[in-house]
Each structure stands twice: as C-alpha cells, then as structure tokens.
Design a protein around this ligand. Structure first.
Ligand SMILES: Nc1ncnc2c1ncn2[C@@H]1O[C@H](COP(=O)(O)OP(=O)(O)O)[C@@H](O)[C@H]1O
Ligand SMILES: [Mg+2]
Length: 149
C-alpha cells in the first residue's frame, strides 16, 4: 500500500476485521498508531489485530498500567495507551521502551508521544459517522519504515 486507504465500518466486528487484515501485513518492530476520539473504537481495532495475531484472552484498554504485552502465535504484541500523558519525559519513555522490544506495537492516543516514539509503520485514524458507523483510515505513515516488502 502507498498513501492512505479508507474503510467504512458499521459494526465493532467490521472494525475488528479491518484490523485483522492490517495485522497480516505487520512484522516485529512495526509500530501502529491508533487515533480518534473516545469511543470511536481504537481498543476494538487493537483487539481485532491481536486476535488475528493469535493473542488469546482479554484485550482491554491499559487503563491502570502503562501498557499490556501479549503473546501472539508468532510474535509478541504490545498495546499502549498514552491518554493520560502530556508529552513523554525521559523517565516515562524509559518505562515504555521495553514494550517496543521484539514486538508489534499498537499505540492509542499517540499524540503525547510525538517525537519520542519510534516512527510508525501505519497510522490508523477512526472517526464517528453517527450511530455505529465509523470511518477507519489507514495511512502509510512513514515510507522509510518498511521491511523490504
Ligand atoms: N463500527 C464500530 N467500530 C468500533 N466500535 C464500535 C462500532 N460501533 C459501535 N462500537 C462500540 O463503540 C465502543 C468503542 O469502544 P473502544 O474500542 O473502547 O473505543 P476507544 O478505544 O476509541 O475509546 C465499543 O463499545 C463498541 O462496541
Ligand atoms: Mg481505548
């Protein structure tokens, strides 16, 4: 993919399916940012990707910890949520860094990490379109971040 692709979703399961398709294109070291207002389906999207990567058990917002690290079929998967952050101090980045080690990483509310996070392979943005309708756009965030495919 080059540039941006846009999907319509009318159900949580459809958002999970869009995420599952993206997951097939990910490799260890890839960072995927997931942006959008509260309740748009960021965690739902990450859950769909995690399922496709073979993560079993609950995939929920890392509200009381800085992040979750899951074991997938072939890869580790990290799930970060930077909602509570306003920028990242060196100490905070030090806490986050291990999650980027040997894993595919999903970051909700990535805005706080701008400039500190490694460059994203894909940037996902989800928008409300009334009721259960959502627009899910996926941008190839940084063309330099590739795995030779
Ligand atoms: N098309 C859709 N895609 C994703 N979530 C949806 C959709 N329609 C309704 N929902 C609901 O919206 C909520 C999204 O919650 P969540 O994924 O936690 O959002 P966020 O992480 O963006 O705050 C869930 O309750 C989900 O069931
Ligand atoms: Mg969330």
């Amino acid at each position: 993919m080059d540039g941006r692709e846009t999907h319509e979703s009318n159900l949580p399961s459809e958002t999970e399916g869009i995420a599952a398709a993206l997951a097939e294109r990910l490799a260890i070291g890839d960072v995927v940012t997931v942006s959008g207002e509260l309740g748009t389906g960021k965690t739902t999207f990450v859950r769909g990707a995690c399922r496709a990567l073979g993560v079993e058990g609950p995939v929920t917002s890392p509200t009381f910890t800085i992040g979750h690290r899951y074991r997938g079929r072939e890869t580790n998967v990290s799930h970060l949520d930077l909602y509570r952050f306003r920028g990242l101090s060196a100490a905070e980045w030090g806490d986050l860094e291990p999650y980027f080690d040997g894993a595919i990483v999903f970051v909700e509310w990535p805005e706080a990490g701008e400039g500190a996070l490694p460059p994203a392979r894909f940037a996902v943005r989800i928008e409300h379109r009334g009721g259960d309708a959502r627009i899910v756009s996926i941008a190839d965030a940084d063309p330099r971040v590739r795995h030779g495919d």
